[in-house]
Design a protein around this ligand. Structure first.
Ligand code: ADP
Ligand code: MG
Length: 604
């Protein structure tokens, strides 16, 4: 009988493995940069030709390798970073599979020059398609230089598969940025086709971010930090004023390793939701330090996707840290009335005869026209007294649309009695305060006020439900049906009213108030997909936010609506009592400030 099975020759096995690890020049860059970091380098240089297709060279001043290690490092499963199985679950260094160099050497022409600091001579090795071409002692600076030439020279199919130089260069740049952000203390340079793209000194993380990603971030980054037993979170979040239209400048690092996580991104995005327009993306660069036993980094060959054993906790923490970070800087100086009697009158006032409405009683006179018995008093009526009794927070950070994180620090006297000057074009309220003129958009400001009232009310109560005139039945896949059943308590909290109606079918009697009944199906689908992504509790919060948004949008005073002086004063003072006075719930600025200095400058 003839035996047919044989072990693959190493060169072929390496080439197969390379298919996973080395997809493009950027993959090589990533592995080499990470190895240099792991080697303890304080300076790393990256040189590229043709987006790395012709040459990728990484030089570092790290620990270097002995002659034997230099030879060994190209063997598959050769690593200095894991020795026992325990190590595997305790990974702190970046590389750990001992696969990268073997893979790279299988699909390129590689030259390695390396020298340990205490040695006088170094080692040079040339290897091509896994075959050692030469090995000899050499003189070289302490540290390591890897030159990778003609990537995929022996795998034409893969070489042809590479994208244009600009596209590949972009991928390389991203890898460079990730490593540079994670290691601000390491000097790093990038040279492409003889042009110096970056020459980064060792610096603070904040400076590194600005150096790497652009001057418009300068002064617009807010440091956030929080530690629990499970995780330590720290990093910078961007001023909402500098949001981007495309996703990309968003970075998570777990134990200093860049990762992608839609789940975590969702948490941050949710915190930003009310500060920036829906189709734009905030900047953030957030580091999570977490005991490696809680993380499975090995699930993806290139190790950018990870799994945590307690995702929920992370989600909640992350969202609240970012929210707080944004909220702190948004808090405005409070508009206050010197005359407490006047204050009383305003909050107790009923609509003035003939002149429309008072903020405190909007609810009763401006109920959105929704069928069914919802308790609007929860939202507005009872709120009046709590607003009046609300402890006044004193804060000195001045709201500015363009510079949220500027800290304008002067504790200002309260809003004067005659602060409200006029209504302009029936749309804007002019308010004078010291040497500043506030132009408040009455519609957007009122949206913000109502939104926050609604959120506060919803935190304590079930969200208002609107009864459907015609109950709707919906059929689900068995999996979705289960998900909905499980989420039923949360759904009801959110204002849905539903019952089972035969196998895999539900009948909806009510849905959250403030949303058009025609959108029920759409919303249920959205809720389902959100539940799958982030779990029911989170969805409830988001739902609350979007209902609050919708209600605020529909109930706020409109533009081109005549307001009385008292109404305007109420809006101004309520607005600045908000958590986030500077923005409407959908992220539009609520007011603009003009200072007397600006005016003087203009006229001189
Ligand atoms: P891994 O990083 O997963 O260990 P690699 O194939 O990337 O696997 O590298 C193999 C080994 O080669 C590393 O464990 C390390 O000991 C050594 N090595 C690689 N690059 C360098 C470097 N720039 N400086 C010093 N040692 C290095
Ligand atoms: Mg490595």
């Amino acid at each position: 009988m003839q035996n047919l099975i044989q072990l693959l020759p190493d060169a072929i096995a390496n080439q197969i493995a390379a298919g996973e690890v080395v997809q493009r020049p950027a993959s090589v860059v990533k592995e080499l940069l990470e190895n240099a970091v792991d080697a303890g380098a304080s300076r790393i240089e990256l040189i590229l030709k043709n987006a790395g297709k012709t040459l990728i060279q990484v030089s570092d001043n790290g620990c270097g390798m002995s002659a034997q290690d230099a030879r060994m490092c190209f063997e598959r499963h050769a690593t200095s970073k894991i020795r026992t199985q325990d190590d595997l679950f305790n990974i702190r260094t970046l590389g750990f599979r001992g696969e990268a160099l073997a893979s790279v050497a299988a699909v390129a022409q590689v030259r390695l020059r390396t020298r340990q600091h205490e040695e006088e001579l170094g080692t040079e090795i040339q290897i091509e398609a896994s075959e050692i071409k030469s090995q000899s002692p050499c003189t070289t600076a302490p540290g390591t230089v890897f030159s990778v030439k003609n990537l995929f020279f022996n795998v034409p199919a893969r070489r042809n598969f590479l994208k244009s130089n600009p596209v590949e260069a972009r991928h390389v740049l991203n890898e460079f940025i990730h490593v540079a952000l994670a290691n601000p203390g390491v000097q790093m340079s990038l040279n492409h086709n003889d042009t110096q793209v970056y020459d980064l000194p060792d610096s603070s993380l904040e400076t590194r971010i600005v150096d790497l990603l652009g001057n418009d971030l300068k002064g617009k980054l807010k440091y956030v930090e929080e530690a629990t037993g499970y995780v330590k979170i720290s990093g910078y979040i961007g001023d909402p004023a500098i949001y981007r239209k495309s996703r990309g400048e968003q970075f998570f690092f777990i134990n200093n390793r860049f990762i992608r996580s839609n789940y975590l991104h969702h948490a941050v995005a949710a915190a930003y939701q009310e500060f920036i327009p829906g189709d734009s993306h905030p900047f953030y660069c957030i580091f999570l330090e977490i005991d490696p036993v809680h993380v499975d980094i090995n699930i993806h060959p290139t190790k950018t996707e990870v799994k945590f054993d307690d995702e929920r906790t992370l989600y909640v923490l992350l969202q609240s840290i970012v929210k707080r970070g944004l909220g702190e800087t948004h808090r405005a100086p409070e508009f206050d009335f010197t005359d407490s009697d006047l204050k009383q009158t305003i909050y107790q006032s009923e609509p003035e005869s003939g002149s429309g409405l008072t903020v405190g009683s909007f609810s009763r006179s401006r109920k959105p026209d929704v069928p069914g018995g919802m308790n609007w008093d929860i939202l507005y009526g009872k709120e009046e007294s709590s607003v009046r009794d609300h402890p006044r927070e004193k804060s000195s950070a001045g709201p500015r649309h363009s510079g949220l994180f500027d800290s304008a620090t002067s504790s200002r006297p309260p809003l004067a009695e005659d602060a409200v000057i006029a209504q302009f074009m029936l749309s804007w309220i002019l308010v004078q305060r010291e040497d500043q003129l506030y132009l408040i958009d009455q519609n957007l400001a009122h949206q913000r006020i109502l939104y926050e009232k609604f959120i506060r009310a919803g935190n304590e109560n079930r969200l208002p439900c609107q009864q459907l005139l015609f109950p709707q039945t919906m059929e689900f896949s068995p999996a979705d049906f289960l998900a909905i059943q499980e989420a039923e308590p949360v759904l009801s909290q959110m204002g849905f009213e539903l019952k089972e109606f035969g196998r895999d079918t539900l009948i909806f009697y009510g849905m959250p108030a403030g949303i058009s009944p025609g959108k029920l199906k759409e919303i249920v689908d959205q809720v389902l997909s959100d539940i799958r992504q982030v779990g029911a509790t989170r969805v409830a919060e988001r739902m609350q936010e979007s209902v609050a948004k919708a209600v605020a949008y529909r109930s706020a005073v409109t533009s081109s609506q005549k307001l009385s002086m008292i109404e305007m004063k109420n809006i101004a003072s309520d607005l600045f009592r908000c958590e986030v006075p500077g923005f409407s719930p959908s992220g539009k600025p609520t007011f603009r400030v003009i200072t007397s200095i600006e005016l003087e400058e203009y006229f001189r």
